[in-house]
Design a protein around this ligand. Sequence first.
Ligand code: CUA
Length: 351
Amino acid sequence: MNNLLRGWLNLPPQASTYAQDVDLLHYFVITSTMLGSVFVFLLAVYYVFRYRQRAPRATTPRVKTSAPLEFLIIGGLQTLFLGFWVVGASMYNHMQTPPSDAMPIYVTAKQWMWKFSYPDGRASMDVLTVPVNRPVKLIMTSRDVIHSFYVPAFRMKHDVVPGRYYTAWFQANTPGVYDVECAEYCGVSHSRMLGKVQVLTQDDYTHWLEGHPVPTAEGLIGATATSGGDLAKTGRAVAARRGCFNCHTIDGQPHIGPSWAGLYDSYVKVDGGRVVYADEAYLTRSMMDPQADVVLGYKPVMPTYRGILQEPEVAALVEFIRSIQTQPFPPSVTLPRVEPLGSGQPQEPKP
Ligand code: CUA
């Protein structure tokens, strides 16, 4: 039944864990609305004959419906539409909430390509390589205009906006190669902003992690990723270079700003009494728009780093902060040498 309807509707394969659920809702909505329209159409045709004008100037009889019937029709339709919404909303919620054990991969969109950065420091253009049966969390941003990351086979789509970071997740359930498309008009080569996701078996993935090309015999792409060193290590260097350590510590000690140790995946009390969950979105928002969530007890003195930090630097910083989530550095650790205040400070972006 699933495959029959999928064929009729010309849908791509269902290659993620939630793809089939999305399709089932799709079938349900499309079947009930189609049956509804056919029913209304047939009824209209029937009424044209049933209530046609039989003699010149003759009027049709006044038709009165019983109240229970009206309630039944209105209530029934209302229930049906609310049903669409309840199922859709709970699925949306599921698709928007990455599992906590999801593997992070950073996605940067730019005219007209996709760049993928892995936590181990590797990066690849236009080809995303993931293992099968493992949740993967994409942390996405754009360098220029709005794009939209769309993998039809995963039934996954998310807009990517410059200056903001979004997370989306999927868990691929079938090894293979699937299309990545840009689903937001972003300039002349929008239609050619294409990529691939290659989903590897656990063995192939381990092989790929070791730096070998993927066996192309199975129709896979065979791309390796270029290595750029450990992303968290890069993040630590970025933090030193950009003067982050002038205000933030990584040993849990408060300084001019809150410490980064144990920050990720915690709940932060901010000005105004709100509590904010410290995920990738919060960390990047705090770099780009530091006044948005000032941590309680700290002064709003941090300048914005919008336009100063490059996207790969932001990804590296987030990965670094993530890496000291559970292992705060002992207080004895020596911080990397930083430039004295003033010389290492970022310039305010020119208007
Ligand atoms: Cu990027 Cu359309």
